[in-house]
Design a protein around this ligand. Structure first.
Ligand code: RB5
Length: 149
């Protein structure tokens, strides 16, 4: 499984912890940056990861900023992206099962490393259930199409 990662300065350290975890567990990863903890803008990195997932170069994306809010908002501007901000494993599991989320977002200032890695594991191992949930995702796509004209 191929995973794209990005953050801003507020999520830089947690991103690095997640990268180590993913490498140790046999995932193929691409780090879209940043590569230092210098101040930067989360939309720049959200866009790189979201486009790589939308273009199917990577199976899933993982984004981290201070709260996870800004970087998830930015990723969700890219059509076809369903970025879910998760601070607990129940939501991480449910968002794969029900929303077919393709990006996991987290806040470095919100969750500790141990919980964050459990959230990552849960998200990547859960599976989309389809059925009535696909109908609802199709309605999300219809909203995107309505406002893309
Ligand atoms: C950066 O200070 C912070 O605003 C950012 O990481 C994030 O929390 C925004 O939503």
């Amino acid at each position: 499984m191929k995973i794209a990662l990005g953050s801003d300065h507020g999520g830089f350290e947690l991103k690095n912890e997640i990268i180590e975890y993913l490498k140790e567990n046999g995932y193929e990863i691409k780090d879209f940056g940043p590569f230092s903890s210098e101040s930067c803008d989360y939309p720049d990195y959200a866009l790189k990861v979201a486009e790589s997932v939308k273009n199917k170069e990577y199976d899933f994306g993982i984004l981290v900023c201070g709260t996870g809010i800004g970087i998830s908002l930015a990723a969700n501007k890219v059509p076809g992206i369903r970025a879910a901000l998760c601070s607990d494993t129940f939501s991480a599991h449910a968002t794969r099962q029900h929303n077919n989320a393709n990006i996991l977002a987290m806040g470095q200032r919100v969750v500790g490393v141990g919980l964050a890695l459990d959230i990552v594991k849960t998200f990547l191992e859960a599976e989309f259930e389809g059925g009535r949930h696909q109908t609802r995702i199709d309605k999300l796509t219809a909203i995107e199409e309505k406002y893309s004209k």
